[in-house]
Design a protein around this ligand. Sequence first.
Ligand SMILES: Cc1ncc(COP(=O)(O)O)c(C=O)c1O
Ligand SMILES: [Zn+2]
Length: 417
Amino acid sequence: MTGSATQQYARGRVTGYRCATCGTAVGIETVHPFRCPAAPVGDVHHVLHPVVTGPDPEPLEGRNPFVMFGPSLAWWAFARANGMSEQRCLELTEEVAGDFRMTPIGPHLQLSDELDAEVWVKDETGNVGGSHKARHLVGILLHLRAAEELGLTDRDARPPLAIASCGNAAIAAATLAQRAGWPLEVYVPDTVSDTVARTLSDLGARLTRCGREPGAPAGDPAVFAFREAVSRGAIPFSVQGPENGLCLDGGRTIGWEMRRVLPVPTRVLVQVGGGALAACLGWGLGPEYRIDMVQTEGGAPLARAWERAGELPTGELGGRWSELMTPWADPHSLADGILDDETYDWQADIEVMRACGGQPIVVSEPNVEAAYAMATRLGATVSPTGTAGLAALLPTADGPAVQPWERVAILFSGVRR
Ligand SMILES: Cc1ncc(COP(=O)(O)O)c(C=O)c1O
Ligand SMILES: [Zn+2]
């Protein structure tokens, strides 16, 4: 099991990590606690989750979530456990994550009017790198910088960072890596857009294009190439928990920010690709908020795994990964940022939905398109992936998707490029 619900959902402080698949515990003082140490080589079906104990530290002053909630983050607890002062943790946060700000959230009057519901929007399009993704990555970077500064790793022998992504995560990674002066390798599908490729190169990242070869095993070729780079010594600068569990740390800030202002009850609809965003959002918000997890009809491995899992206890899901969470054949949608072959953080996603009474929602492609058109018409500069949660609020063949004047919240999770 991944710990009791109350532990997992408190902001509290991180006291260590625990593998959601095999239960192995890892101490908070551990350097580079990226992967489960008990996982056999090549076995990517293990994932370290933060173990949290209360009470919640008082938020620190400011508008930067990595400052305000710093003492609740795993990198901070790691640094403190290895002798860094609270003051130095704060300074390092300013150096590495100084330009993060709480992103806007509030009722959206035009959407509320169009949908006859009270629609709240959390807008991540102005976040560092243009999406929520940098939240996941900056926690990893803070850990790396703290380890160097504490003399636990060698600053003069930095291995490169590596990430597999077709868009927002890579741009967030390249933005942070460039600023830190840390080399970054990005593994992208060969379908990557010219704009994204140029942005990445301009940010100093080294790009490798990975094509889907006929007859290759199911799964994402960019992810396979990324894993090879990691096996050669690169640091997994990943937004997928099984590749680097530390990404599940900073991602929680989005939920902590939302719960400061979002009334209870609210049903939150979140778009799911690899599943880390939804997991972190759920842990950060807490189970008082119902969270429905949205995928498109062209790629819905989480909804399929949810059906297959039935009532199997959460602690047993990881042991049956190969049978329950299988790669989606030929994922496709206009919402191309959530077309991950597998929902890598599916165990946490299922745990969150079960704890709050939520469910997966699979939206039709016409509704994906209509949601994007609606947001664009209302003046939002958001991508089709970023409006996939909105798609789940549009009427379907079965009727309306919201109760009259129900309070719902969605994330505009990435900017239109
Ligand atoms: C804009 C945007 N929203 C949502 C997601 C989904 O996040 P996750 O892959 O953690 O499920 C992504 C992932 O690429 C994204 O780019
Ligand atoms: Zn494990």
